[in-house]
Design a binder for this molecule. Structure first.
Ligand code: ZN
Length: 185
């Protein structure tokens, strides 16, 4: 194991790259991102998962080129039935840490660091790329894998909705319907 990696493992945040301490050239890191990573983020819609991350760091005179490759599975809530399901994911990204006068994001993939930065915390970036790799429609692969009981209930509900619509609409009825819809969500 690389001595820097050895050292990082002992620290709380293993996703911190020791910018100053790294030798010039290429260094590889291998991480396994697990439930703890997601649980630490209260705002995370992903609560569980196992994601392998391969990180390559190329240290040069004026910048660092980071290559991130993810693959794994996370647990998400199905949009169709509401049950949890496992979503496979794979993604790769290239990020540049460039030395500049002032810290900041130049654009999506270019982050400006200063010569005073001796390390760089990657964890937010890693989280962002995992979320970015998730599909917009989050459902079980096939409807047959969904919670059939819930689907049946939803089906019955939308049928009685349709029947109700034949009755005369009053503002009061409309309001109750809206309310019902909101509660069911
Ligand atoms: Zn489902």
């Amino acid at each position: 194991m690389h001595p820097e990696l050895e050292k990082m493992k002992k620290e709380d945040n293993i996703f911190t790259i020791p910018l100053a301490g790294l030798p010039f050239g290429h260094t590889d890191y291998q991480y396994v991102i697990d439930d703890k990573f997601f649980e630490e983020r209260d705002y995370s819609e992903v609560k569980k998962g196992v994601v392998n991350l391969h990180l390559g760091v190329e240290k040069m005179e004026t910048m660092f080129v980071l290559t991130l490759k993810f693959d794994g599975k996370v647990v998400l809530q199905c949009d169709r039935c509401g049950d949890d399901y496992e979503q496979a994911l794979a993604n790769s990204a290239e990020v540049y840490l460039k030395y500049g006068a002032e810290k900041g994001d130049e654009d999506e993939d270019v982050i400006i660091i200063t010569k005073n930065d001796s390390e760089f915390d990657l964890s937010d970036l890693i989280y962002e790329y995992i979320i970015l790799s998730l599909p917009i429609h989050r459902t079980h692969d096939d409807e047959s894998l969904c919670n059939q009981e819930v689907l049946a209930k939803l089906h019955n509900f939308s049928q009685s909705e349709a029947e109700n619509e034949e009755e005369e609409e009053t503002p009061w009825k409309q309001m109750m319907k809206d309310l019902k819809n909101r509660i069911d969500k």
